[in-house]
Design a protein around this ligand. Structure first.
Ligand SMILES: [Zn+2]
Length: 162
């Protein structure tokens, strides 16, 4: 459509169901640690109200973190499932790669979308496969799930995502 700016593409961080379950297990462990820490310190710290208040606050923060992790696991699994249902598996060429100083996001990869007006998206990642693609760029490709209708996409990092 001429004259109208197309909506931006949204990258979905493809979370496997196993990955989502792992996050939830971490969340439960965190919550247990928070509650147990509070319960255990309750008796010994009760006479010192200031230490007790600090301890209670720390435990509350841990439990809140756990809740956030649990909710986040749910939403990322939901958007992954949506993309897996509607998206098409394509292989996108990596046209450029930039090494970053961030240890967890080793490479920024520029991928060319198979659309008529030559759109590009950027995937920042430290995954083994993406680092290898970054080193091999511009002679590299990455498997991607693409939903042109919803303008969502996500790099497939393991066989589970296909
Ligand atoms: Zn990646």
């Amino acid at each position: 459509m001429p004259g109208t700016a197309p909506p931006e593409w949204t990258q979905i961080d493809l979370t496997s169901r196993r990955g989502g379950a792992g996050q939830r297990i971490t969340a439960v462990i965190l919550a247990v640690v928070g509650v147990a820490g509070f319960a255990l310190s309750f008796r010994s710290l009760a006479p010192w109200w200031w230490e007790f208040a600090l301890m209670a606050f720390g435990c509350a923060v841990i439990v809140l973190l756990a809740a956030g992790l649990w909710i986040n696991a749910g939403t990322s699994v939901a958007s992954t499932v949506a993309l897996q249902e509607t998206g098409a598996a394509v292989v996108l060429p990596v046209v450029a790669a930039f090494e970053t100083s961030d240890e967890s996001l080793r490479y920024q990869l520029q991928l060319r979308l198979p659309t008529v007006d030559e759109e590009f998206v950027v995937h920042a990642c430290g995954d083994r496969r993406c680092v290898a693609a970054g080193r091999a760029a511009p002679d590299a490709e990455l498997p991607v799930l693409l939903d042109a209708a919803h303008k969502t996409w996500g790099v497939v990092h393991d066989a589970q995502g296909s």
